[in-house]
Write a protein that binds this ligand. Structure first.
Ligand code: SF4
Ligand code: SF4
Ligand code: FES
Length: 357
């Protein structure tokens, strides 16, 4: 405290070298300003340093491999160049383990394990191509092939050939369901096999065409859940569709099986983007296929940026005969993870409407 009662600690005298009021600060060399600019509040903070996960060593088909901890068996297999079949797995979705076509043998495990979701463990002994694995994959593919129309599912058709699956050995297909018949099945009620088991029961039913943008052909649905995941927690958080029914009657449905325009659907089309079988299809593709004009060998794909808003989603424009026929987004896009909104996915007609109509 000074003799006049003022606190010097709260009002310290300026340093002798400090500029007085109105004086310019001491000159700072230009190179110093350029090379070491003062920190700006608007500069984003440096990301925290992330330590790489420790390596886990395991055996795959007799070979010792090391992969980052937290990897799945599928990722470890892919790193070794082993082509493991998958149907319900997609890089941008949470694994749901429902198709079981990816199963492998793990020593010490009583049952086959799904490679797409099981994490590697130190010392794990994995066999990917044993008789038991091949037999299990073949059975899964035969059940799917005997009950579902896989004509627009090239991956599944390839697996059927690879594992020499014979869906036809379950007999000729039963008659298709009438419109709405499968939607009305009672949960838990088991129907006797058609014709005493001589016919193979199928999910064949009329295509649902109830809006201008996309169709739902559940004769082609393998119940992989990908559309449910994309419509729900993994992307859109709209929850317009879910699995209804149980057992063979299980099916993808809107709430109370209402038509899409009456449902919670916002027409983002993210379900179409992940569907592996063509069960969900752009209306444009559906109509061109029906007319016999759909020709993927005559299509080009152009990457661009969505013009509608500032997010700048990555778009892939599929073009045939100088017209956009469908729009997708790359799975590895850091902006979209393969998902879009209704404008980016379906709002392309204005590009082609050159008559101003
Ligand atoms: S279009 Fe979007 S909101 Fe509609 S069912 Fe598909 S994922 Fe859900
Ligand atoms: S409609 Fe497609 S994405 Fe959805 S469960 Fe069926 S096959 Fe999978
Ligand atoms: S891909 Fe693994 S269970 Fe379907």
């Amino acid at each position: 405290m000074s003799h006049d009662g003022l606190s010097t600690s709260r009002d310290p005298a300026p340093h002798v070298d400090a500029p007085h009021f109105g004086e310019p600060p001491a000159a700072q060399p230009l190179t110093e300003i350029v090379l070491t600019p003062p920190a700006r509040a608007s500069r984003p903070p440096a990301p925290p340093r992330v330590e790489p996960p420790p390596a886990v060593t395991l055996s795959i088909d007799g070979a010792e491999v090391s992969v980052p901890a937290g990897s799945t068996i599928l990722e470890a297999c892919r790193a070794q160049g082993i082509d493991t079949p998958t149907l319900c797995y997609l890089e941008n979705l949470t694994p749901v383990n429902v198709c079981r076509v990816c199963v492998v043998e793990v020593t010490g495990s009583r049952v086959l394990v799904p490679a797409c979701s099981r994490r590697v463990e130190p010392g794990m002994d994995v066999q990917t191509d044993t008789e038991r694995v091949r037999h299990s994959r073949k059975m899964v593919l035969e059940f799917l092939g005997s009950s579902v129309d896989l004509s627009t599912a090239p991956a599944a058709i390839g697996y059927i050939e690879r594992y020499e699956a014979r869906p036809d050995r379950y007999g000729p297909p039963d008659a298709p369901a009438a419109p709405g018949e499968r939607d009305a099945q009672d949960a838990g009620h088991h129907h006797p096999p058609p014709d005493g088991g001589a016919l193979s029961q199928t999910v064949e039913q009329p295509v649902k065409v109830d809006n201008e943008l996309y169709v739902r052909d559940y004769s082609k649905c393998i119940l992989c859940y990908k559309c449910v995941e994309a419509c729900g927690e993994d992307a859109q958080n709209t929850f317009a569709i879910a699995v209804a029914g149980r057992g063979f009657d299980a099916r993808i449905s809107t709430e109370s099986a209402v038509p899409l325009p009456d449902s919670a659907c916002v027409y983002c089309g993210n379900c179409i983007g992940v569907c592996p079988t063509g069960a969900l299809m752009f209306r444009s593709e559906f109509e061109m296929r029906a007319a016999g004009t759909w020709d993927e060998t005559a299509q080009t794909m152009t990457e661009t940026i969505c013009p509608y808003c500032g997010v700048g989603c990555a778009l892939e424009l599929h073009v045939q005969d100088n017209a956009i026929v469908k729009v997708t987004s790359p799975l590895d896009s850091s902006v979209t993870d393969g998902h879009l909104c209704v404008k980016g996915r379906f709002g392309f007609q204005f590009v082609q409407n050159r008559d101003g109509g």
